[in-house]
Design a protein around this ligand. Sequence first.
Ligand code: FAD
Length: 294
Amino acid sequence: MSEDLNSIKNHYELAIVGCGPAGMAAALNAKIRKRDFILLGSEFCSPKLSKAPHIENWLGFPEIGGEELRQRFLEHLKKREISIMSFRVNNIYPGPPFTIMGKDKSLEADAVILATGVSANKLFPGESELLGKGVGYCVTCDGPLYKNKNVAIVSYSKEGEDEANFMADICAKVYYIPYYSDALRLDHRIEVKKSNVKGIVGTQNVERLDLGEEQLTVDGVFIIREILPAEQLISGLDMEEGAIKVNHKLETSISGLFAAGDCTGQPYQLIKAAGEGGTAALQAVKYLDNLKST
Ligand SMILES: Cc1cc2nc3c(=O)[nH]c(=O)nc-3n(C[C@H](O)[C@H](O)[C@H](O)COP(=O)(O)OP(=O)(O)OC[C@H]3O[C@@H](n4cnc5c(N)ncnc54)[C@H](O)[C@@H]3O)c2cc1C
């Protein structure tokens, strides 16, 4: 399903970020409307949908398992020749055109739909306050700034191990705090701390990582999560009760940026996610048409 990063163009009319029911429904509508779009997502789309054991509220299917529905969604996209690009978005800079940054590649789009779902993990104390002041989410982007310095990498997945190994060549000291139980494959120079993060501490910039029983003196903290908090993905985004604030057209506080699915708040349901995804795509199409005529 996933394509080679080299096939990504520099510019699209629309970029859809997230490949759950919301992102897939958005892509389907964008395709039907013959738009020039890209669907960016994770390697596995979507873990939440797959984990739903028995779904009883998806219209037309009195009972279906999440994995079966996921397979049907993917099959539907395939039939419409829609590909999902495995591309974790780390940052978006407002547009138009918006600039969408991944680990090894960036692209531009005139409109963007955020369909990133919600993270089950809460932010650490100090994380938002010190974002950009030592706290970061993209090791490849910001890692070189920490040459000969001390950093900690807090990771919820094995993906963090590659990032830590990369930093071991650059930094004076790398600490690795895994929030998962799989076996670790890390460079011998990396010090593993199997503790919970109590907070990230600093006045102007990051100074230390508080592990409760121990304080690590660090200049930077990278956090590797499956889903980044939306407000950290793009600055200036209005939030409401922890969700992206949208109106009934799924417009956010940033012109040209739409949001759909769990990331816009409760209820966390498939039908809402898919409905919002489809609506956001149609609204984005209108926005793009207006953009062209101005
Ligand atoms: C155990 C369980 C049971 C459930 N049962 C039901 C049920 O019976 N009925 C029901 O209606 N709902 C159910 N749900 C809820 C339903 O699964 C969600 O509401 C739905 O999946 C939300 O869709 P979404 O597209 O908004 O987000 P998600 O499904 O979370 O998809 C978001 C996708 O975007 C990707 N992504 C996130 N950030 C980025 C980024 N920066 N770059 C690239 N990709 C990114 C994620 O990896 C993910 O693949 C259940 C959920 C769970 C966990």
